[in-house]
Design a protein around this ligand. Structure first.
Ligand SMILES: Nc1nc2c(c(=O)[nH]1)N[C@H]1C(S)=C(S)[C@@H](COP(=O)(O)OP(=O)(O)OC[C@H]3O[C@@H](n4cnc5c(=O)[nH]c(N)nc54)[C@H](O)[C@@H]3O)O[C@H]1N2
Ligand SMILES: Nc1nc2c(c(=O)[nH]1)N[C@H]1C(S)=C(S)[C@@H](COP(=O)(O)OP(=O)(O)OC[C@H]3O[C@@H](n4cnc5c(=O)[nH]c(N)nc54)[C@H](O)[C@@H]3O)O[C@H]1N2
Ligand code: SF4
Ligand SMILES: [Mo]
Length: 763
């Protein structure tokens, strides 16, 4: 079936199901690769998916949360002789209800790889990385960083962490770095991903609080997806949408006709980066027609009158012309939002990774607020999270927020943390950390000279790679702590610390709906690789601050510290009865306070689906949500004669994860995605260039060049191109620019030229 045939929205839910099951392998790629069949994906176990050692005969089972995306599926691990030999999706887990995507199925297999880092590696005088003992690694780590700090100040060493290690490890890392080692600047890959949503929620709700629970996917009668492609990025969330029995309206705003868009009842195929004005036009339409909830606005929000005045300047017809949309369709969409009894609005990277992302996210939040679509089943302004523990990093990484989402600048917040941890308050920095891009600028200026990179791969994932790699090479000392010694950033490292991965250690992840889930040690890390937790303990000892962390003996002890740090805050988890209760309950969403645990009919037993703001109370001191808006700003790098294509980037297939250090290690997954970079372009553009499917193309931006094979798809409009982020080539082209409020990179907009690769010499 061609994409065009499959795109008829009138087919209703049946066609949605048809299109949606293709999430497992987009049809274009299925055609191109031709290796995997649907059959294999529908009966994964029979074909070896999920089995690492050839047999599913197990003597015990246990469950754990998946370590890839923030859906946070529960997986049942089949154990033999104390080691996991296979896995199946957990039927009793409230998140995935027995479903998993190929990455989850293959979570164990990627642990077995000869590219695993098994010993610490230290760069020698001749430039080669050589194995050293942990003792030497820890001594060198401390000596080199302390030396840099002695010469250039404590803030000349920084760290970059991740949304992919458990909360306990994040808390340890953040506390060790900032309270133990005197580091001031630390940020994480969640800056690339969630910073916009964090900033938007904080300003609008008073706390970084995604309000929803996955049951909302099933309860809505109108779901709006803006810059989100869950069929690829969050396939099990999409399965929850398919279980919705309300024949819901599904409205998708995406410049590409993605699998998600094909399944929609309305696809607004917007020009990239025109979302803010579209949302203002819809808001204006809702207000002008009196399709709003005046009571809710009056009782629970501030800023409505100025918002009404502001959006008057965005009449539908004008916006439609600019955004490349049909005015009647925009009106129809507004009407559908007005008619919905339970409207939920969902956004992901098409919004967050924008130079005006925060205001766009807030325009989404505004629509939910003024129509009273919040706090009830099936509603909400809902940011979908990316990595397995990006939510954990938002609360616990101690990077731009003090532990538990407090403020470094607040004396009372610092005192709180010092009291709970039993440390001297002077150990806590009084300043916010620099953001990721500011840390990189600090390297350029020679102010940051030592960098510690944990569970992230900036030499592939950071924006404008040529520049990023050059900056990494300027450092006096770069430490990379990773599962694989071949990770791109490890190639630039002076010291590589070999880390255990998911399945080889324990702790908690927080999924997209605020649910703490447990991960378990079901396999042994190879060689001398250590859990990040143990690495942090080792560094604390060698740095000479072991005493500060004498209680931080194992992950659950740190979980208890986190519980104390959370008490009385919106993210309060003081009522959780330890790992055992998390395990027994199928995960527990925050908040779950001691008072909650001691009250209610089902004493001590949290309900499995809980959402925020049911009482209309938000986290600002006046308990009202703020309606925030702004002027729209021009596109920083518009297309031009020299660079006539608009380049977007994002997720390619369900079987690829980010920089591919993990997913490329599974032979099964490797057959499910194109192993060489490809670029989606419209067949009409290809015809004009005289290019056919699969031919090699040369892409060039003002910053760099890349080659990729042509993938001709009508789902991308003319004059546009889409490169998956999973290939190293992609970020050679991207433009280093950021949302001014969240400092999140705007990865999805820059201008490129595209020619047949044979013309390379003439470019
Ligand atoms: N298979 C797989 N799943 C993943 C990941 C992975 O690497 N692989 N990564 C996880 C992570 S960390 C994240 S953050 C999520 C990301 O999940 P998503 O955000 O859903 O994924 P993306 O493909 O980055 O972007 C979503 C869509 O934004 C659209 N877009 C681009 N520009 C614009 C624009 O200006 N406006 C609008 N409205 N849309 C635009 C793109 O066409 C794309 O379809 O996925 C998570 N899940
Ligand atoms: N052009 C473009 N670029 C993008 C994006 C885009 O859409 N377009 N998306 C951005 C987004 S949303 C994200 S989230 C980032 C992701 O970017 P990265 O975080 O750089 O990508 P990953 O491949 O997930 O890197 C994680 C690293 O941690 C290692 N690792 C995994 N588990 C562990 C562990 O338990 N311990 C340790 N120590 N190491 C571990 C892995 O081997 C891998 O090297 O990319 C961003 N970059
Ligand atoms: S959807 Fe996400 S959490 Fe679920 S199995 Fe796939 S990668 Fe894991
Ligand atoms: Mo992400």
């Amino acid at each position: 079936m061609s994409i065009a045939e499959n795109s008829d929205p009138s087919k209703g839910l049946t066609s949605r199901k048809d299109a949606a099951t293709s999430f497992q392998l987009p049809q274009i790629l299925q055609r191109r690769e031709g290796k995997m069949t649907r059959e294999l994906l529908l009966h994964p176990g029979e074909h070896g998916l999920g089995m690492t050692h050839g047999s599913m005969q197990a003597d015990a089972t246990t469950t754990a949360t998946c370590g890839f995306c923030a859906t946070g599926c529960g997986l049942r691990l089949h154990i033999r002789d104390g080691k996991a030999v296979g896995l199946t999706p957990e039927t009793a887990y409230p998140v995935n209800l027995g479903m998993a995507c190929p990455k989850g199925w293959e979570a164990l297999r990627i642990l077995d790889s000869d590219q695993r880092a098994t010993q610490p590696l230290l760069r020698q005088r001749d430039g080669a990385l050589q194995p050293v003992s942990w003792d030497e690694a820890f001594r060198t780590f401390c000596h080199e960083f302390q030396d840099i700090q002695a010469k250039h100040g404590a803030d000349s060493v920084a760290f970059v962490s991740t949304g992919q290690i458990p909360c306990e490890e994040m808390t340890f890392l953040g506390a060790l770095a900032k309270f133990g080692m005197g580091i001031v600047h630390g940020d994480g890959n969640t800056r690339q991903c969630m910073a916009t949503a964090v900033t938007a929620y904080k300003e609008s709700f008073g706390f970084d609080a995604p309000p929803y629970t996955y049951d909302d996917f099933e309860q809505s009668d109108c779901l709006v997806f803006i810059g989100a492609n869950p069929c690829v990025g969050h396939p099990i969330m999409w399965e929850r949408v398919l279980r919705n029995r309300n024949q819901p309206e599904i409205i998708v705003v995406d410049p590409r006709r993605t699998e998600t868009a094909m399944s929609a009842t309305e696809h607004l195929q917007i020009r990239p980066k025109h979302d803010l004005q579209l949302l203002y036009a819809i808001t204006n339409e809702l207000i002008e027609n009196d399709w709003i909830d005046e009571n809710f606005i009056a009782e629970h929000t501030t800023g409505f009158d100025p918002l009404r005045e502001h959006v008057r300047r965005y009449p539908v017809d004008q916006v439609a012309a600019r955004a490349g949309l049909d005015a009647d369709q925009i009106r129809r969409v507004a009407r559908k939002i007005a008619d919905g009894k339970a409207v939920s609005l969902w956004w992901t990277m098409g919004v967050n990774q924008s130079y005006e992302g925060v205001r766009t996210a807030q325009a989404i939040i505004n629509i939910a607020l003024i129509t009273g679509n919040i706090g009830r089943p099936g509603t909400g302004a809902n940011s979908i999270t990316g990595q397995c523990n990006a939510m954990g990093s938002r609360l616990w990484s101690n990077t731009t927020n003090l532990l538990g989402h407090r403020k470094f600048q607040s004396e009372s917040d610092r005192q709180d943390v010092a009291d709970i941890l039993g440390i001297d308050v002077d150990r806590i920095p009084t300043l916010d950390s620099w953001s990721y891009d500011q840390i990189f600028e600090g390297i350029r200026r020679g102010e940051i000279r030592g960098l510690w990179v944990i569970a992230t791969n900036p030499a592939h994932s950071w924006i404008d790679q040529e520049d990023a790699r050059e900056l990494l090479d300027r450092l006096d000392f770069l430490v990379v702590q990773d599962m694989y010694h071949t990770a791109h950033t490890a190639r630039h490292a002076d010291l590589v610390l070999p880390a255990a991965g998911w399945g080889e250690k324990e702790g908690t992840f927080i999924n997209s709906e605020r649910r703490y889930g447990l991960l378990k040690k079901v396999s042994h890390a190879p060689g001398e690789a250590l859990a990040d937790f143990q690495i942090f303990r080792g560094i604390a000892k060698y740095w000479g601050v072991g005493d500060l962390f004498s209680d931080w003996t194992h992950p659950e002890a740190v979980f208890q510290i986190m519980q104390r740090l959370s008490a009385g805050r919106p993210c309060d988890i003081s009522g959780i009865g330890g790992y055992r209760q998390i395990d027994a309950c199928g995960g527990i969403q925050w908040p779950w306070t001691e008072a909650d645990a001691n009250a209610g009919a089902n004493r001590g037993q949290p309900e499995q689906q809980r959402r925020l703001f049911g009482d209309g109370h938000f986290f600002h001191s006046d308990r009202r949500a703020r309606l925030v808006f702004d002027e729209i700003t021009p596109i920083p790098e518009p297309v031009c004669d020299r660079f006539p294509f608009w380049l977007m980037t994002g997720r390619g297939t369900v079987s690829q994860w980010h920089t591919q250090t993990r997913t490329e290690k599974s032979p099964v997954l490797r057959q499910l995605y194109p192993n060489r970079p490809y670029v989606e372009i419209n067949p009409a553009d290809a015809r004009e260039m005289g290019v056919s499917n699969g031919e090699l193309l040369a892409l060039r931006s003002r910053r760099g060049s890349a080659t990729a094979s042509a993938c001709l798809v009508p789902s991308i409009p003319r004059g546009h191109a889409f490169l998956p982020m999973h290939y190293e080539e992609t970020n050679r082209l991207t433009l280093s620019h950021f949302d001014p409020h969240s400092r999140q990179p705007s990865y999805k907009d820059c201008a490129v030229s595209i020619r047949p690769a044979i013309d390379d010499s003439q470019l």
